[in-house]
Design a binder for this molecule. Structure first.
Ligand SMILES: [Fe+2]
Length: 296
């Protein structure tokens, strides 16, 4: 495996609780550079009763995860209705912990983070990998792009906690910085068609019209996953996140691949560009600079 590009890093932070004092802006800057913030001592503890929820049978068949929209208190994907309330309490507690952590760790984003979704992932990565197409195979290095929910350049912030009760780490690969990544793939990305994007919105494939930016991000996602050479020889490093650890990244910027593991909580937020210290580091601005076009 190649050495990691100097611009990307795993930054370890020593916190062991979700309510911490407000931190200085350096941490936010590090995240904006594309670093993974790694908190090896920040566990999300489960009660004895909650440990009984850690079984793939609790996820509805055909769904990958249990998902929760905290603002609507809306939970989806619980196979056993008698456990729904218990699961909701668990994911809602995780959401509130994530809000508390990010509010102090990244105070510049506190007022701006929005559209939270929480996910409880109970399947082993190997299981859903066997039943999926290459495009949905998250064991391939990729940046996140939502096929049906265009973000128009807003950032995707994600918090992950390994809650595996058997000592099993979550193993990731992490790739190069976004500017190098996009320079590598831009010549291969298909041109944007405003008409196709309009049509996809009109027939309900997308929730609103896919912007030029969203088109390029999806193309990038697909071209990365589709390139065997990039998967094998692209700049990358492997990292293990043990149970009892938490990590954070901009998943639209930092190339990542989930290689193995089971049982995880994940919290997603969207972040408007103007909340960033340096919006020039965002995928939108990097792509606009590279293409010399306005993309939204
Ligand atoms: Fe991803």
């Amino acid at each position: 495996m190649s050495a990691l590009h100097a611009n990307t890093a795993i930054v370890e932070l020593p916190f062991n609780r979700w309510d911490i004092p407000e931190q200085n802006p350096q941490i936010q800057h590090s995240l904006e550079l594309g670093d993974v913030l790694y908190l090896p001592q920040l566990a999300f503890p489960l009660t004895k009763k909650e440990h009984e929820l850690l079984t793939p049978a609790l996820v509805s068949p055909k769904r990958k995860n249990i998902s929760y929209q905290p603002e609507k208190q809306n939970i989806n994907g619980v196979a056993d209705a008698s456990r729904t309330e218990e699961v909701q309490q668990l994911v809602d507690r995780y959401y509130r912990c994530a809000v508390s952590l990010l509010g102090s760790l990244l105070p510049g984003y506190r007022q701006a983070l929005h559209s939270p979704t929480t996910s409880l992932r109970l399947h082993p990565i190997a299981a859903w990998r066997a039943n999926t197409s290459w495009r949905k195979d998250d064991t391939r290095l990729h940046v996140d792009a939502f096929p049906s929910r265009p973000t128009y350049g807003e950032r995707i912030v994600r918090v992950f906690s390994n809650i595996n009760p058997h000592g099993e780490a979550r193993v990731w690969r992490v790739g190069e910085d976004f500017a190098s990544l996009s320079a590598r793939f831009l010549p291969e990305l298909k041109a944007y068609s405003p008409f196709s994007s309009w049509l996809q919105a009109a027939v309900g494939i997308t929730k609103r019209k896919r912007s030029h930016y969203d088109h390029l991000m999806l193309e990038l996602h697909d071209k990365m996953k589709g390139s065997t050479a990039y998967q094998q020889r692209g700049l990358q490093q492997s990292i293990e996140f043990p149970p009892g650890s938490t990590w954070i990244c901009f998943s639209d910027q930092t190339p990542h691949a989930a290689m193995s593991g089971q049982f995880m909580l994940e919290q997603t937020f969207l972040l408007p560009l103007d909340a960033m210290q340096d919006p020039q580091l965002s995928p939108l601005r990097v792509l606009e600079n590279a293409t010399q076009q306005i993309l939204i």
